[in-house]
Design a protein around this ligand. Structure first.
Ligand code: HEC
Ligand code: HEC
Length: 365
């Protein structure tokens, strides 16, 4: 294979830039068989060409195994250990134990999750197409309801919470009836799908960007191979680093306790032009604001996965990101990742966000 060391910075820069670009890319969806192509639906839509696709599939399998027989690359194992218990012990002592847990997680995922979230976790299933909200497509490496800001990956704790509690008033039921040990293996496998998806979508996006910027060179097979190899290496490292750093970025601020005055101030602020919440959530908090719903088109907002989103109906009291004061305060401060719900930290003061928190929670009393 012919290497072009001079190109390395180019590949690195493109992989990094793609992380942001891809998450913002909104694409339509097409039907895809449940098994078959080894790449996620979104990657296939990039139409990289048969040679590049098969090189990418081979390289991903070399590093990450297949979805049926997952394996972790160098440096990722430690990310699959749960936080130490009181005695400082880790649930999984060694790499073999983690590999076994991944396989168990895979088996449980097939039984419990695959018909909605898909074989590759990209939610390209028949069931997914008829649900609103759509099941999460894990192939962007991103989830919505989490403690970390922006496009950073969730914490394992966030995935545990979703499995214990489900997402209220959606098709995502809770899996509290499973043993905690089984839920942990599911968290492992979902984390694997998210990390694998993040690597795949980044490398694929970077390859497409490079092909567009210097189309002529990419006819050289050695050049293509080098880009796939180097792009995958860089993405594996970047994704590992993001998961490693995520816990340190978790949002930990808590609101002051509620009182009647705070609720009254929150009610005023909610309706004000300054906060603008009613524009999407509606003046009555039921989610049908002018910016979110109209009689002709229904739900008009979209998330980064290209799916319709509806602002929460606060009169219901079923907060998808968690309904405790701390969780609602966090949802308003950080926003909901990948959706038009932006974070208000920095736009509104902590005491204003506190007032809004207590007001929204009071709507379902
Ligand atoms: C009946 C369909 C269905 C099944 C089965 C299902 N889910 Fe979901 N799942 C959903 C839907 C719908 C959402 C999106 C909810 C939303 O966006 O509010 C979702 C969202 C999620 C999320 C992302 C939440 C976030 O923060 O973005 C995770 C993680 C998840 N599911 C994991 C699982 C796992 C693990 C299983 C199996 C144990 C499973 N799901 C089974 C439909 C399903
Ligand atoms: C541009 C439209 C828009 C504006 C403006 C907006 N939101 Fe949202 N908000 C959304 C959408 C869409 C969601 C749902 C995201 C999802 O679950 O997919 C949401 C979700 C939320 C949630 C999380 C609900 C849950 O289920 O956990 C809270 C809390 C919230 N918004 C509060 C506010 C407040 C307070 C304001 C004003 C300061 C505001 N929003 C402004 C669109 C908006």
């Amino acid at each position: 294979m012919k290497l072009h060391p001079r190109d390395v910075p180019g590949v690195v820069a493109t992989v990094v830039a793609t992380a942001i670009g891809l998450a913002l890319m909104v694409s339509g969806s097409s039907m895809a068989p449940a098994s078959g192509p080894a790449l996620a639906e979104r990657t296939r839509e990039l139409e990289l060409g048969a040679t590049t696709e098969s090189l990418l599939v081979a390289q991903l399998e070399h590093q990450l195994g297949t979805h049926e027989a997952p394996q972790l690359p160098e440096g990722w194992q430690e990310l699959f250990r749960d936080t130490p218990n009181a005695k400082g012990e880790l649930r999984a002592g060694n790499d073999q134990a983690i590999a076994a847990r991944l396989l168990e997680g895979r088996a449980s995922y097939q039984r419990n999750c695959q018909h909605c979230h898909g074989v590759r976790g990209d939610a390209s299933t028949q069931t997914a197409k008829i649900l609103l909200p759509r099941p999460r497509d894990f192939s962007l490496g991103l989830t919505k309801f989490k403690q970390t800001p922006g496009l950073l990956p969730p914490l394992r704790e966030d995935l545990h919470r979703i499995l214990e509690q489900g997402v209220a008033s959606t098709a995502m039921a809770d899996f509290a009836m499973l043993e905690e040990a089984e839920r942990t293996t599911l968290v492992d496998y979902v984390q694997y799908l998210l990390m694998r998806g993040a690597v795949e979508s980044r490398v694929a996006g970077a390859l497409q960007t490079l092909a567009q910027t210097d189309g002529a060179q990419t006819a050289d097979p050695a050049e293509v191979e080098f880009r796939v190899l180097e792009g995958t290496r860089v993405a594996l490292e970047a994704v590992g680093t993001e998961w490693r750093n995520a816990p340190g970025t978790a949002f930990t601020e808590v609101p002051a306790p509620a009182d009647d005055a705070a609720i009254a101030r929150g009610a005023e602020l909610y309706k004000s032009a300054k906060a603008g919440c009613a524009q999407c959530h509606g003046i009555d908090g039921k989610g049908r604001g002018l910016g979110a719903w109209d009689a002709e088109h229904g739900w008009i907002l979209r998330d980064v996965w290209g799916n319709p989103v509806r602002p929460a109906d606060f009169s219901y009291g079923s907060f998808h990101g968690g309904g405790s004061p701390e969780q609602v305060y966090r949802s308003i401060s950080l926003g909901i990742a990948g959706t038009p719900m932006a974070g208000y930290a920095g736009v509104l003061s902590p005491s204003e966000i506190t007032d809004l928190t207590h007001y929204l929670r009071s709507l379902s009393d």
